[in-house]
Write a protein that binds this ligand. Structure first.
Ligand SMILES: Cc1cc2nc3c(=O)[nH]c(=O)nc-3n(C[C@H](O)[C@H](O)[C@H](O)COP(=O)(O)O)c2cc1C
Length: 252
């Protein structure tokens, strides 16, 4: 028997409102999928107090004890993750930002290659695009491959608007499922290659302070894992990264 497809939706809304309702609709649309909605408001997630322990000394050294690792495990165990947030003041909610901060070490040492993701944002008028951009850029750096985002305007709650949003969200969800099933071959984007080169260089420069990154990057070759990279893309990424590193050094 085929293993059930597993999707986890991380919801950054502080209540079971518009964003939750869309996720709940997605859950009901495909009963064959093992779908879990994880409300950040309903788990124990403490504020990062900026000690750098997770980044410098490894995530195990975080002094906070809460549900952070449980959430990361859910994402690791799932075939796909939906990052969903309402748009508050033109970006992700404070709750989602807290989650982003508590998982920043993964942007340094990505672990989600081979996993698919979808960013979903609701808004009342403007800004869902900025919310989705933030989510895809941040979690893309953690290794996820994103399919095109869902940006939804929930303003009038009319039948027309509800149907339109339902269609949009369902289409994107179906694309996510299709991508997971097709297991498309991964090729790093130019942005991911640039980040790789920047983080690798910084890990060498900071090796006394940040041994966790240093240990992670020291055996790495041209990317986080063995993958064929077109020559021009590879050279261009290295050039952009070295320019950025030079800027960092001269500002010191
Ligand atoms: C504090 C706050 C800030 C908001 N900022 C924006 C905004 O910048 N742009 C926008 O279009 N809607 C904004 N909204 C509206 C919400 O994005 C919209 O109602 C969303 O669907 C709420 O989702 P929720 O029910 O999951 O919280 C804001 C709402 C709140 C409560």
């Amino acid at each position: 028997m085929d293993k059930k497809l597993k999707i986890v939706a991380i919801c950054g809304s502080p209540h079971r409102g518009n964003t939750y309702n869309i996720l709940s609709m997605l859950e009901r649309s495909h009963p064959e999928v093992d779908f879990k909605i994880l409300m950040l408001a309903e788990v124990d997630l403490k504020d990062c107090f900026g000690c750098y322990s997770c980044i410098n000394n490894g995530e195990e050294s975080c002094p906070l004890t809460d549900d952070r690792d449980m959430i990361i495990k859910e994402m690791k165990d799932a075939d796909g993750t939906i990052f969903a947030s309402p748009t508050y003041a033109r970006t992700i909610s404070a709750l989602m930002k807290k989650f982003v901060e508590r998982t920043s070490f993964i942007a340094h040492r990505p672990i989600f290659f081979g996993k698919y993701a979808l960013a979903l944002a609701t808004c009342a008028g403007f800004g869902a695009d900025l919310t989705c951009k933030y989510l895809t850029e941040n979690f893309g750096q953690c290794g996820f491959k994103f399919i095109p985002s869902v940006e939804l305007k929930v303003a009038t709650k009319s039948q027309n608007e509800t149907d339109h949003n339902r269609r949009k969200a369902l289409n994107a969800y179906k694309k996510l499922i299709k991508a997971i099933k097709a297991h498309e071959k991964f090729e790093p984007s130019l942005g991911q290659l640039v980040y790789f080169n920047i983080f690798k260089s910084i890990s060498e420069l900071n090796k006394l302070k940040g041994w966790a990154d240093y240990e992670f990057y020291k055996e790495k070759g041209d990317f986080y894992f063995d993958v064929k990279i077109p020559y021009v893309k590879h050279k261009l990424a290295k050039w952009i990264a070295s320019r950025e590193i030079k800027k960092l050094k001269t500002n010191k």
